[in-house]
Design a protein around this ligand. Sequence first.
Ligand SMILES: [Zn+2]
Length: 370
Amino acid sequence: MPTDLPPLSRKIAVEVLVHGPQSRAQLAKKMGLSPATVTRIVKPLVEMGVLVESDAIRTPGRGRSSLPLDVVADDYRFVGVKLTADSIYGVVTDLRAVVLDSETAPVPSFDVADVLGAVVALVERLRARAGRALHGVGVTVGGVVEKGETVADSPFLHWHEVSFRSLLAGEIDIPLYLANDVVGLTRAQQWFGHGRAWPHFALLTIGAGIGYGLVINDEVVPTLVSPFSHFPVDPHGPLCPVGHRGCMTAYATSAAISAAVSFGRREEVSYDEVLQLAEDDDPVATRVVGEAAYALGRATAAVTSLTGVERIVLSGEGIAIAELAPSALRAGRHAYDGGRTSALEPVIRPMDFHEWARGAAVIAIQEVFP
Ligand SMILES: [Zn+2]
């Protein structure tokens, strides 16, 4: 793969990858370039096979400029791996991050060597089934990842300063990329999801933790890891594990939600059971889910107030509560603004852990392409 392409070549190749087949004339218009410039830039991309000319809509009598250019997404294979405290989720995708295969493996222990062995075995199984060369492997994990190399702090795996990328590179002879899991999910939304048409958008996720990603002017903005984890919602609310009252972690994480419903019902209730109980109008589950959705609404309003970004994607493996309690979500969004901010309804994108793994694959795609 050529890695020394000029920035404008890369921009054009990415434009075609993200927004689909387009003619040289369409690209010139969209990017504010002359048709001659686009023709000149595209020529080496076609010669290298990064872009191909499709004659599917060739119009007789018209020149090359009307031929649509596209990528051959199926010529590429990527693996994405997401690590959680319980499981290792893996997917195989093509260049447009379409998931072609997936597998889940248990986390044997939090011991680094054990996890390394399990990840390597999972990648090798996915590679064998893919039946062709892999262009890159992306691995994501919740917590602080430094320089694409080191898991500096992962509360879920209890890891500190683990150079996981190098360890993996010693075992797997494929380009390897390591990133924070929410960054992976944000990048997947940016290129292949709900952020595609939006130069500015934010992503909030709920589940085991509270995730936040921000894109401004088509660039992922570096943020602290999970800055909304302990965002205050109500000073008289329930406790979080570090002793705050009424923060986002206390209201909206899966553990907090099942603990609150278990306490109210005086029996152990899992997160999935909470969702079912709320659907069946159980008073405890309905109350707890409503309060979690309200807290999430408060967080979305804060994002818009602080960044000016109106397009917000809500996701994460726990996001079903937002769909169960839309009015509580709306009440949270407008608790302090009289309905003025966040004019746009948030996009709620339900997902499972393989979606997180797809985000890991997108980390590799963005590094490798074009
Ligand atoms: Zn807290």
